[in-house]
Design a protein around this ligand. Sequence first.
Ligand code: HEM
Length: 447
Amino acid sequence: MKNSHGAPQKGPPQHWFFGNAREIAGDPLRYYAEWADRFGDLYPVRLLNHRCLVASGPEPIEEVLLTDSKNYRKHFVVRFLMPVFGNGLFTSEGDFWKKQRKLAQPAFHRAKIERFGQTMVAYAEDAARDLSPGETRDVHADLSRLTLLVACKTLFDVDMGDSANEVSTALKHLQDATTTRIEQKFPLPNWVPTPAKRHLDATVRTLDRIVYRIIEERRNSSVAREDLLSLLLGMRDDDGQPMSDRQLRDEVITLFIGGFETTSIGLSWALHVLATHPEVDHALQSELVREIGDRPVTIGDLPRLTYLEAFLKETLRLHPPAWAIGREAIADSTICGHPVRGGMSVIIPIFQVHRDARWYPEPDRFRPERWLDGAAKTLPKMAWLPFGGGPRACIGDAFAKMEMSLILATWLRRYRFEPDAIAPVAQPAFLLRPKDGLRLRVAARTP
Ligand code: HEM
């Protein structure tokens, strides 16, 4: 195994960190970068009383996520999300997960999701009308609302309208509660009724009320629809039984949250990049003018928007919304010959993997061209993994890429974005969101 400067690492990694976990939790991106430099692609760390392995090179990551994936389940931190996600696709395990994934997969095939393109553009145009040239606003809040509306309409054919703010607030509380929980020095079990837990329960009840209403409305509706909810409602198990309302709720909430927050974070970082890299904004705009002109973008335009595709890849490389993922070994095994004990955590710091100079020359530079000159074809399998990898990779990747492309193409034909005096700070909580939002100045596009 080699470190990022290509120097071979001597023997199995032996470095254990008793470092201040709070300090590490405060700036994990810096720590993972330093550790990868010093210890290479696979090394152990000790955070508080947790012994973990960090897999930060493509080879060990491929073993964990793909070739030996059967020996791993989701990291124990994911179980903190159970009160919210229940037993949905993101949190479930084993045969149950396999059955649900098989069921949901067809709804996310490219051909199926393409019909959502028009809805995405229509909602993007509506949201663009709320922006005015000259104002400075929190575009992360705008994008969260937009992607939430799109998720509700496309996944469940529901127009959220006024409930959108209520849902956004509830989801913000959920994320804060989860972050606090992850950072707790001695996490209490989910059932302990702390004030934070009571607050979380109240937030979950708000979301449940909305989701159960969607399910009930659909059960009582005679209109045939082809969205994901209809598919889930039509599912029967081996005994011919439909999914319970509780299981439907878990899947709906999972897609709801997975479907909007990650995408809005990705879009926010994309606008931040454009505001701070005028040359990239210019190149992207030239392509949009050339390929689309003044008419609304359509799904048929996307294959020709090659710079936009490269721009999105580069944005997700440097600003991956899911900045780290984790697994837990089920039984004793090995990763690249290094022993792993059952129960041990394996952390995959995607953010750091994406900044490895072995695969990305000048790794900190934003350069969409690296995806256009053919060099990307030689990348190892797990060197770019904003959507994870292996059987548990993101089910909504094509959906997210399409949505991000259509929203950006719609907004950028009308507006340019300029940086505010206060630069955004990336907060590596469960997702890598801009802490305190993303304030940008809106400017009209001059022909
Ligand atoms: C830019 C946007 C997105 C990013 C960066 C992202 C990232 C990820 C990542 C890294 C995973 C794997 C987690 C792991 O291995 O532990 C994942 C899983 C998942 N994502 Fe996404 N995601 C995005 C958009 C979406 C969308 C739009 C949906 C649904 C409409 C979605 C639904 C899910 C689900 C259900 C899973 C769990 C899949 C399974 O375990 O079978 N995601 N996502």
